[in-house]
Design a binder for this molecule. Structure first.
Ligand code: FMN
Length: 146
């Protein structure tokens, strides 16, 4: 039956505001320019590091983790570049330069330009709660699909 839509690529540095300013560190996944990308918005999904070798932090390679994913240009910060950013729930790890994959399970909402960072943060907290709800009813993807 195939699998969920996915985006995969190297974890690269973003603007650097996610962790430090917002308290929501995200793994920015660099994707090929010719892939079909889900529409801009926020999604619940599954995240994994594909390549082997230990990860510094609480994430193990080749294991699926619940994630909230943002696809868009970060309009609140007047961004111009479309990014795919995964906030991995409840984990803390250095993922830079690792090869990651995200599987999209369900759409949470559209991408919005908020008037303040506080507004954005309030919505991100709700996104995380909604993501937990969605993933409760979602089977963890099989591991043989790396
Ligand atoms: N940015 C927006 O401008 N509008 C949004 O509606 C929005 N929703 C998000 C929802 C989630 C769950 C996450 C993880 C990010 C969202 N973002 C949104 C993206 C943040 O603006 C971005 O992660 C933050 O600016 C950090 O960017 P950086 O990784 O480049 O430092």
């Amino acid at each position: 039956l195939g699998h969920l839509p996915r985006v995969e690529g190297e974890v690269v540095h973003g603007a650097g505001r996610g962790g430090r300013q917002l308290g929501f560190p995200t793994a920015n996944i660099s994707f090929a320019s010719d892939i079909a990308l889900p529409a801009d918005g926020v999604y619940a999904g599954w995240f994994a590091i594909v390549d082997e070798g230990p990860v510094e932090g609480t994430i193990e390679p080749q294991k699926w983790y619940p994630t909230a994913v943002s696809v868009g240009t970060n309009p609140t910060f007047d961004g111009a570049v479309r990014t795919v950013e995964a906030f991995v729930l409840d984990e803390d790890a250095d993922l830079y330069h690792r090869y990651a994959v995200v599987e999209f399970v369900d759409r949470v909402r559209g991408m919005e330009k908020f008037d303040s960072v506080d507004d954005l943060l309030e919505h991100m907290h709700r996104d995380v709660a909604k993501t937990r709800e969605i993933l409760e009813d979602s089977a963890v993807p099989p591991t043989e699909l790396w």
